[in-house]
Design a protein. Structure first.
Ligand code: CAA
Length: 233
């Protein structure tokens, strides 16, 4: 299957998916969100794929929602329903395979949420991460309010979300937001090594270990998928 905004390659039981809108720093346009939803929906049923790697083309992992697409919604309800139809994160959540984010540059707003929706995060030493939504008058409605405190604790999560501050890769490592920081030019090599180690282990043990951890820790994160507005109709 080919996608307009994604590059997909399968190698040694690993699916590599690259967000491919480098000129827009891989911002999450409608097409990209649609493609991601399709990709994660398809790949979760692929028995021969045991691990997924997500990265970005060019100098960004993902700069978040495509701000240039933003228009006044006709109504909050219509806006929310339209966003729900495009929600790739639910499809991501259903993937039995471990997902590694190879954070090659900016991971901001929805891009940081995309990284947090992955199971493991390896970052280039050039990466910058942040939930910058409040600087635009919105909240991190794509899972960030639940994932960030689970990863780095309530106080630090509140500090970062309420200020919208961007942090460098090394600070993200200290906080536990990423598992490793590697020199930029070695990022994909480090990711491939980790992917190879995991895929060399017993496939069912890997799958059920992930399931046990995710179900145990994350059984309420669905409440965070509220997108920008969460008002009753
Ligand atoms: N949406 C659309 N286009 C974007 C974009 C975005 N989020 N981020 C960057 N771009 C575009 C820029 O408009 C620019 O395009 P042109 O060359 O056509 O002008 C191109 O990508 C390069 O960007 P910059 O020139 O700004 O590059 P820079 O190196 O000077 O700055 C940056 C990089 C700090 C990431 C800056 O682009 C930036 O702050 N972007 C916005 C990041 C952001 O706040 N994201 C969160 C959005 S809210 C959200 O994500 C919530 C949600 O899911 C609903």
């Amino acid at each position: 299957m080919t996608y307009e905004t994604l590059l997909v390659e399968r190698r040694d039981h690993v699916a590599y998916v690259t967000l491919n809108r480098p000129a827009a720093l891989n911002a999450l346009s409608t097409n990209l969100r649609q493609d991601l939803k399709q990709f994660f929906t398809t790949i979760q049923a692929a028995q021969d794929v045991r691990l997924i790697v997500v990265t970005g083309a060019g100098r960004a992992f993902c700069a978040g929602a495509d701000i240039k697409e933003w228009t006044e919604p006709a109504s909050i309800v219509e806006d929310r329903e339209a966003r729900g139809r495009l929600d790739f994160r639910e499809a991501m959540r259903r993937c039995p395979q471990p997902i590694i984010a190879a954070i090659n540059g900016y991971a901001l707003g929805g891009g940081c949420e995309l990284a947090m929706g992955c199971d493991l995060r390896l970052a280039s030493d050039r990466a910058q991460l942040g939930l910058t939504e409040v600087t635009l008058g919105i909240i991190p409605g794509g899972g960030g309010t639940q994932w960030l405190p689970r990863l780095i604790g309530r106080g630090k999560a509140l500090e970062l979300i309420l200020t919208g501050r961007r942090i460098e890769a090394q600070e993200a490592l200290r906080l536990g937001l990423v598992e490793q920081v590697v020199p930029h030019e070695h990022l994909m090599q480090a990711v491939e090594e980790l992917a190879q180690t995991i895929t060399s282990r017993a496939p069912l043990a890997v799958k059920y270990a992930k399931e046990a951890i995710v179900r145990g820790l994350d059984n309420t994160s669905g409440v965070a998928l509220v997108e920008v507005f969460d008002l009753d109709p």
